[in-house]
Design a protein. Structure first.
Length: 367
């Protein structure tokens, strides 16, 4: 992490598939933005979370629109421009290797996609400037109005289908909408998210009230309109939220499809799925039984449906000296109880996580 700098929002250079800003203050800071398009959110989110926890970039944002185009915007920040280039190269090579449907935007396409919010924001700024110059106002109603809505994730009932439902509904309403979820990492190494929605309206047109229509459909105040002032425009240009309230990703694994690959409640099926994913990523593994898999000859991964202390002691006795042990608890009460046992959590070679933490993991942590 580097110190904050001052930046001119429209002063940047494009270097192939990166947009670079350079701060204007004495201690020069570089910020780089990279955009990629992907067909599946489910396939990309675990990798982005992995890179975020590795601190390869400062934050990333998921952007969805009514045209069903999924974009990921990554923000890199460092005092050394070459560090940004190196981190971006690692991400580029890894993602293009594992998924040929991922496309990193370049040159003019990169600029156009990144600047969509910028151009609309400039329309709004120009309109306000014109109003200030003319006390009588302006007769030009052909400008774009930007509405900002906070998304109250805690009120979503069907978390696993929210994105599809929201995008399809906005498409039916014929509103020009962008849904953005900003992902950051806090001091406790937890991924937190800031969800919001941007609506673009032509002032000259009659538009439906988006929040009213959406909230009526969900029968809950999912969208909450917030005042977007001119001094906040830079935040949404860079796909950041104007709100300070956030949510924990681990509370919304269903929304981001992080548990989809392990839908089964049968541990044997889940172990088989884990084994298949390890094989797909060229990570050596061996299925020991229906609840245990050996990874890279040095990690034992144990799935625990319900607490069984005698069995847990036996596993630790048999494997602790030779292997690192991942204990994955599928029952939340068992997990809360086990992490209170100081003698267990103090053991260096044992990592205890719950199922949501496991779903959040990228399989490459086992390399």
């Amino acid at each position: 992490m580097v110190n904050k700098g001052k930046f001119r929002l429209l002063s940047f250079i494009i270097n192939h598939n990166l947009i670079f800003y350079k701060s204007t203050n004495k201690k020069k800071t570089f910020i780089g933005f990279s955009l990629l398009s992907c067909k599946s959110i489910e396939s990309i989110i675990p990798y982005m979370n992995y890179f975020l926890k590795k601190r390869y970039f400062n934050y990333y944002s998921l952007q969805l629109d009514s045209e069903n185009k999924n974009l990921i915007i990554m923000c890199f920040k460092d005092l050394n421009k070459n560090t940004i280039l190196k981190c971006h190269s690692i991400i580029y090579n890894e993602l293009t290797r594992i998924n040929n449907s991922i496309i990193f935007l370049e040159e003019k396409e990169l600029e156009n996609k990144f600047l969509k919010l910028v151009n609309c924001s400039l329309d709004l700024i120009q309109f306000h400037n014109n109003k200030k110059k003319n006390n009588q106002g302006t007769n030009n109603d052909n400008y774009t109005l930007i509405n900002y809505f906070k998304i109250n994730f805690e009120l979503i009932s069907k978390k696993e289908s929210f994105f599809d439902t929201f995008v399809n509904l906005s498409k039916n309403l014929l509103n020009d909408i962008i849904l953005i979820i900003n992902f950051k990492i806090n001091r406790n190494n937890q991924i937190i998210l800031y969800p919001y929605c941007i609506e673009f309206q032509q002032k000259s047109k009659n538009n439906l009230l988006l929040d009213l229509e959406i909230n009526n459909f969900f029968n809950s105040k999912i969208l909450e309109k917030k005042k977007l002032t001119i001094n906040k425009i830079g935040l949404i240009m860079w796909r950041l939220s104007i709100d300070i309230e956030y949510f924990y990703l681990l509370d919304y694994t269903e929304t981001f499809y992080l548990g989809n690959k392990y839908k089964s409640h049968n541990l044997s099926d889940i172990i088989t799925n884990i084994k298949e994913e390890l094989d797909k990523n060229s990570i050596k593994s061996l299925k020991i039984n229906d609840e245990i898999v050996l990874i890279n000859e040095n990690i034992i991964c144990v799935l625990i449906q319900r607490m069984n202390l005698p069995l847990l002691k036996k596993i630790i006795k048999n494997y602790y000296e030779k292997y690192n042990i991942f204990l994955i608890f599928f029952d939340s009460i068992d997990y809360e109880n086990i992490i209170r046992i100081q003698e267990l959590i103090s053991l260096d070679k044992i990592k205890i996580i719950n199922k949501n933490q496991f779903f959040e993991l990228n399989i490459n942590v086992f390399r």
